[in-house]
Write a protein that binds this ligand. Sequence first.
Ligand code: IMP
Ligand code: MG
Length: 175
Amino acid sequence: MIGGRRFSKLIDEVRITEAVNGLARQLSEDLTDEEDVLFLGVLNGAFLFAADLFRQITVSARISFVKLASYEGTESTGRVKELIGWSENVEGKSVVVVEDIVDSGRTLEMVVGSLALRRAASVKVVTLLFKPESFRGMSRPDYAAFVIPPGFVAGYGLDYNGYGRNLPEIYTLIE
Ligand code: IMP
Ligand code: MG
């Protein structure tokens, strides 16, 4: 049970560890020639993934975090998201956005757009989970640890109503 609802296991701890290790190796290789690398974790969901991934990055790099405040729009705008916590100067930096999950792609679009406005030299996106069937964005994530079906997931940083973030595995909601 997570937040009073029933979930079933989707991805176990060993597979997560292996996937995160693999991504860290791949990223370290791909970032070898980059000068000024900044990992940018998107809070809250990506905090565990970002920590586990960054711990194993072997190139010189820094890490920072941003948060999106989301609230219901009053009119036809629907859900509006606003970026908070941009203290970092990203101009000229090679930025690696670290996301927990890319669903519709709206969040990602916002983060990537904002980084372009702030003149990041390059932007790569790494996500723990990717749901291609609900994706409606322009550019897909550059790296995804797992491609999953549309259902709602929680665990390993992701929450259901705030619960489940501490679980070492990833679970999917039983409808
Ligand atoms: P998007 O903007 O639709 O791509 O949604 C991305 C954000 O919504 C993620 O960064 C998560 O914080 C949250 N989210 C989307 N799907 C799920 C899910 O299945 N479980 C938990 N959080 C989710
Ligand atoms: Mg997120």
